[in-house]
Structures are given as structure tokens and as C-alpha cells.
Design a protein around this ligand. Sequence first.
Ligand code: ATP
Ligand code: MG
Length: 229
Amino acid sequence: MVKVKISDWKADTSMDEAYKALRTNIQFCGADKKVIAFTSCTPNEGKSNVTFHLAASLAESGKSVLLIDADLRKSVLMGRVHVEEEVMGLTHYLSKQAKLSDVICATNLPKFHIIFSGVVPPNPAELLGSRLFKDMIRLVRDVYDYIIVDTPPLGRVIDCAVVADSCDGTVIVIESGSISYHFVQDIKGQLEKTNCPIIGAILNKVDTKEYGKYGKYGKYGKYGEYGKY
Ligand SMILES: Nc1ncnc2c1ncn2[C@@H]1O[C@H](COP(=O)(O)OP(=O)(O)OP(=O)(O)O)[C@@H](O)[C@H]1O
Ligand SMILES: [Mg+2]
């Protein structure tokens, strides 16, 4: 198994606290919610950031976690790790160029494994909708406590709705102050057409200065940053 190195994944204490709260919320969704896909309305709202940190945080709490980069169109995950040998990814597996065991990478964090997206294919949605993807999820759900799936924005491409078919829950990541209520309702409506329940939403990139203005906790140094992520 290829091993990749993750360093400096914890940015600061307030972020660490926010991810602990998020992982606790996910755990309280129930034991039947173990394969979870993350999407958003538009690009750059923070899905890849959130999924990476959430997966690492769950692994840190002792859970075995597989992070799947199912954004086959634009992967940023490879840029976050140190890799010394050639790594094959999801598209290699889904196009039958590699076995599942060849695309699961171990990391230096115990119980934290990753499947990278692989080379950009001409037919991402078709690959994600294939029997091979469903079978893969069926296999890995018996091995890991949590499978966190990063997908492209549903406001741009259909991929998350396709992936959701194999998942137990979806989460919408929303960039604070930049997405309209109607856009989120539209994405919510699209996800509701799948058989997979929406288990929550994450308000990301919250302006903590604004947040501090409204709450009395804003004046306490440590907790003033609480709503940041
Ligand atoms: N909570 C946050 N605070 C500040 N910056 C953030 C936060 N979350 C993400 N970012 C930044 O926003 C940018 C986009 O993040 P990311 O790649 O995770 O978004 P994405 O939703 O996965 O984008 P895409 O739709 O293109 O895949 C990155 O530069 C990232 O560092
Ligand atoms: Mg992304």
C-alpha cells in the first residue's frame, strides 16, 4: 500500500474545536450514517478543506476513516500531501486500470486512508454512476467506520447526486454571505430527489469579526473565535 505524508493539518485551536464539534454532530447522526458525501452550490466554498479536516479529525478520535476524492474534474487533495511514489486514484480503479487495493493510500495518521481522484477522465459522471463505484462503496463500508466523499459543486455538475445513490447522507457546505437562499433551496431540492437524506449543512468561511459583534461571547478571547469555521 502506498503511504503518503500529511503534515500541519491543524491550523489553529478555534478550527480544531470547530472540527471536533462537526465530528461529534456527525457521530450523533447515528451509526447508519457512515458514508457521507459533501457538496455545495458553487466552486470554492470549502468542500475539499472541510472533508479533509473532518476526515483527519475523525481519525484522530480513533475512528477508521477513508477519504474519497470524488471530484474527478478538479482535485486539490494531492497538493495537500507529500507523495514519494506514483499514486493511482479513483479514475484508474473505475476504468479498470487498477485494483481497489492499489488506489487506497495509507497516511502517517493512524486509521486515515485516502483514495485520490486520479487523472481527469472524459466521462466523470458516468464513472461515478457505474456499478464499480457502488460495489466499491459496498466493500469499503465493511472496513471503515466513516467514508467521507468530496464531490464537485452540485450547482455546476450532477456528480454529487450520482454519488449520493451509494451514500447514507449528504452535507451541503455553504460559504457564508455569498450564496442566496434560493440557490441553496435549489440544491437542497436536487439532493432530495436522490434516495439519500441530507443530514446537515455547514456554514463555512464565517467572518468572525462580524460574528463577535452580535454575541456576548465575542468579547471572550478564546471563545470569540468560536464561529469561525
Ligand atoms: N473556513 C475557511 N476559511 C478560510 N478559507 C477557507 C476556508 N475553507 C476553505 N477556504 C479556502 O477557500 C478556497 C477553496 O477551498 P476548497 O478547495 O476547499 O473549496 P471547494 O469547495 O472544494 O472548491 P471546488 O468546488 O473548486 O472543489 C481555498 O483557498 C481554501 O483554502
Ligand atoms: Mg474541492
